[in-house]
Ligand binder design. Structure first.
Ligand SMILES: Nc1ncnc2c1ncn2[C@@H]1O[C@H](COP(=O)(O)OP(=O)(O)OP(=O)(O)O)[C@@H](O)[C@H]1O
Length: 585
C-alpha cells in the first residue's frame, strides 16, 4: 500500500480537519494571486480612464476607480492573511496531534512487544523511529501538503488566466516548465544519496557521542580521552564532508532553475512587448502577464524541496507503520488471577526452551509448594535467569508447562500474572526521580509510611536517612548517584512494597557487603512468610536456609534438596559449597 494511503487510513479521524485545512490553503492562494490582476486593472484605469474596465462596472470617475481598487486590494490582503492564519493553525495543529497520536500508539505498541524483539533490534534505530521519523512526518504535515496544494493550484490558476488573456503568450510561458521540472527532479535525485550519507554519518556520530557519555568513567580510568577525541574528530569530519557535498548541489539548484525562469520571463517580456507596441496587446494585460509569469514559474522551483521532503516522509511513514504492525506475540488476554487468593504454587512439567536453536532449558520438572523458599544455583549460563523469565512470560516456552496454582500461565491474564510476581532482576532499572518515587514505582498509591517500611525490610532505611534530603533525594539517571549495593536494596524495597504472592530475587544481593546481606536475610525471614520466594545466588551462604535448592547445569536440574542433604550427597552442590568454604576438594 502507498505510504500516504497508510497514513491516511491511520489519520481517518482527522479527515474533516484535512479537508478544512486544504480549503483554507486554496483560498489563501486564490487571494494571493489577485493583487497581480489588480495591478493590471490599476494600469488599465490610469491609461484608459473613462474607458477602463472598471467604468463598465458603473464607476465612471478614474479617481473613484482607484479608490475602489484600493479598498478591494485591502480586502484581498486581509482575506489572504486571514486564510494564511487559518491554514497555518490548522495544518500545524494536525501535525502536532498526529505526531502525538503516532508517538503514543507506537510507544504503547512497542511496550507490548516481547523481550526477544528488543534483543534483535538496534535501540538506536527504534529511538530514531520514535523521534526522527515521527518528527519528519510532523515537518511534512506542518507545511508539505500545504505547499503541494498551493504550487499546483497557483500554476493551474495562473495558467488558466494566461490562456484567457492571450493564448499565444500562454504557450510561451509553458516553455520553461519542462526545464524547471526536469531540473528540480534531477537535482533532487542527485542530492538524495548525499542527504542519505549525511543522515548516516550523523547517526554514527550520535551513537558514539551517546556511548561515550555513558561510558565516561571507563574512558577516564583507561585515560583514553585523546583517543576518543580523535575518533569523534574523524567522525565529525566525515559528517562535515558529507554535508559539504550536499551543500554544493543544494546551493546550485535555485540559481540554475532561475535561468529557466529567466528564459520564460524574457520570452514574455520581449514577445508581449512587441505585441503591445504593435497595439495588439493591451498595456494592462501586458503588465499582468509580466507579473504573473514570475508567479507561475517561481513556485515550481520549490518543487525540488517539496519532493525531497515528500520522499523523506515516505520512508518515515513506512518505518513508523511497519513498526505499528509488528505482531504482538504474547497477548494480554486470559483468565483473571485473584492476587489475594493466589497461593503461589509453581510447577514446571517437562519444560523446554531455546532462545534460538540450541536448547537452554532441557526438560525441567520442578514443584514449588505455596509459601516455600527455594533457591536456584549453578554455574553461570546454566539457565537459572532464563527459567525466571519464563515464569514472567518474557519469552514463550518451547514445550512443556508452567503452572501457577494449577493454572497454565499461558492461559492467565498477562497483567495479573506479572502483578503476582515481585521480580528483582540482575539489571536494575531505576527512574530519574527521588528515592521514594523509585521504591513506589508500580505501587503508586503507597503512603510514605508504607514506603519507609519496605525500605526498612530491605535494609535501606538507614542509608536513606543519612542522605541530605532523605526519601526526597534525587538519585540521577539510572540511579548513578547511588552505590551498586544501594541500588539493589532500593530494587528489593520496591518488590517488597508490591507485596506479591511470589517473590523472585535474581542475584539481588550480589553487590551488598556480607553484613548488609546478613541483615537482608534476617528481613527475608519475615518477608518470605506467606509467599513463595525464589532466590538465585552464586554466594551459597545467601541461600543455604532455603527449603529446597535446585542445582542447574547446562539447562538441566542435576540435584535438588535442602542444603544439608545436598552437602551430604557429595555432588555438584557439595563441590561448590566446599570451594566457597575454602575447603580443598
Ligand atoms: N536473550 C538471550 N538470547 C540468546 N541467548 C541467551 C539470552 N539470554 C541468555 N542466553 C543464553 O542462555 C544461557 C542461559 O543464560 P541464563 O542467563 O539463564 O544463565 P544463568 O544461569 O542465569 O547465568 P548467570 O548465573 O551468569 O546469571 C546462556 O548460555 C546464555 O548465553
Amino acid at each position: 500500500m502507498h505510504p500516504f494511503k497508510r497514513l491516511f487510513i491511520y489519520a481517518k479521524s482527522y479527515q474533516k480537519d484535512v479537508i478544512l485545512a486544504s480549503i483554507y490553503s486554496s483560498l489563501n492562494k486564490i487571494f494571493d494571486i489577485m493583487p497581480e490582476i489588480l495591478i493590471g486593472i490599476a494600469i488599465d484605469t490610469v491609461v484608459n480612464k473613462q474607458n477602463a474596465i472598471l467604468s463598465k462596472l458603473g464607476i465612471s470617475s478614474a479617481k473613484e476607480q482607484i479608490l475602489f481598487l484600493g479598498i478591494i486590494t485591502a480586502l484581498i490582503w486581509i482575506l489572504e492573511s486571514f486564510f494564511e492564519y487559518l491554514y497555518s493553525i490548522k495544518w500545524r495543529n494536525i501535525a502536532q496531534n498526529l505526531q502525538h497520536d503516532l508517538r503514543m500508539d507506537l510507544y504503547s505498541h512497542i511496550q507490548k512487544l516481547d523481550i526477544s524483539y528488543f534483543e534483535n533490534k538496534n535501540t538506536g534505530n527504534l529511538l530514531s523511529i520514535l523521534n526522527d521519523d515521527i518528527n519528519q512526518i510532523e515537518r511534512f504535515l506542518n507545511n508539505g501538503i500545504n505547499s503541494i496544494i498551493q504550487v499546483f493550484l497557483s500554476s493551474t490558476l495562473i495558467g488558466i488566466i494566461f490562456f484567457i488573456l492571450t493564448p499565444s503568450i500562454a504557450i510561451l510561458s509553458l516553455v520553461p516548465i519542462p526545464f524547471i521540472l526536469f531540473g528540480a527532479f534531477y537535482f533532487q535525485r542527485k542530492i538524495g544519496p548525499k542527504y542519505y550519507n549525511v543522515r548516516e554519518n550523523a547517526g554514527e556520530l550520535n551513537s558514539i557521542l551517546n556511548n561515550n557519555i555513558l561510558g565516561i568513567s571507563t574512558i577516564k580510568s583507561f585515560t583514553t580521552e585523546n583517543y576518543e577525541i580523535n575518533r569523534i574528530k574523524s567522525l565529525s569530519n566525515k559528517y562535515r564532508k558529507s554535508n559539504h557535498e550536499a551543500i554544493k548541489i543544494s546551493s546550485a539548484i535555485t540559481p540554475i532553475i532561475r535561468m529557466a525562469v529567466m528564459m520564460g520571463f524574457m520570452l514574455i517580456l520581449i514577445y508581449g512587448g512587441f505585441l503591445t507596441l504593435e497595439n495588439k496587446l493591451n498595456v494592462a494585460i501586458y503588465s499582468i502577464l509580466i507579473f504573473l509569469s514570475q508567479r507561475l514559474l517561481w513556485p515550481l522551483t520549490g518543487l525540488s524541496e517539496i519532493t525531497d521532503n515528500y520522499q523523506r516522509s515516505l520512508a518515515s511513514i513506512n518505518r513508523v507503520m511497519d513498526l505499528l504492525k509488528t505482531p504482538i506475540k504474547i497477548i494480554e488476554q486470559g483468565e483473571r488471577l485473584n492476587l489475594i487468593q493466589t497461593k503461589g504454587e509453581i510447577i514446571c512439567k517437562d519444560l523446554k526452551f531455546s532462545y534460538l536453536t540450541s536448547p537452554v532449558l532441557k526438560n525441567i520438572n520442578i514443584n514449588i509448594l505455596p509459601g516455600e523458599t527455594v533457591a536456584f544455583v549453578g554455574t553461570t549460563g546454566s539457565g537459572k535467569s532464563t527459567l525466571l523469565k519464563l515464569f514472567l512470560r518474557f519469552y514463550e516456552k518451547t514445550s512443556g508447562q508452567i503452572l501457577i496454582d494449577g493454572k497454565d500461565i499461558s492461559e492467565i491474564n498477562l497483567f495479573d500474572l506479572r502483578k503476582s510476581i515481585g521480580y528483582v532482576s540482575q539489571d536494575i532499572f531505576l527512574i530519574n526521580g527521588t528515592i521514594a518515587e523509585n521504591i513506589a514505582y508500580g505501587s503508586f498509591h503507597a503512603t510514605l509510611e508504607e514506603i519507609k517500611n519496605a525500605a526498612k525490610l530491605a535494609e535501606s532505611h538507614e542509608f536513606i536517612s543519612l542522605l541530605e534530603s532523605g526519601y526526597e533525594t534525587k538519585i540521577g539517571e539510572r540511579g548513578q548517584k547511588l552505590s551498586g549495593g544501594q541500588r539493589q536494596r532500593l530494587a528489593i524495597a520496591r518488590a517488597i512494597l508490591k507485596n506479591p504472592p511470589i517473590l523472585i530475587l535474581d542475584e539481588a544481593t550480589s553487590a551488598v557487603d556480607n553484613e548488609t546481606e546478613l541483615a537482608i536475610q534476617k528481613s527475608l525471614e519475615k518477608l518470605v512468610l506467606g509467599r513463595t520466594t525464589i532466590l538465585v545466588a552464586h554466594r551459597l551462604s545467601t541461600i543455604r536456609h532455603a527449603d529446597k535448592i535446585f542445582v542447574f547445569d547446562h539447562g538441566e536440574i542435576m540435584e535438588s534438596g535442602n542444603h544439608e542433604t545436598l552437602v551430604m550427597k557429595k555432588g555438584i552442590y557439595s563441590g561448590l559449597w566446599s570451594i566457597q568454604m575454602g575447603e580443598k576438594i
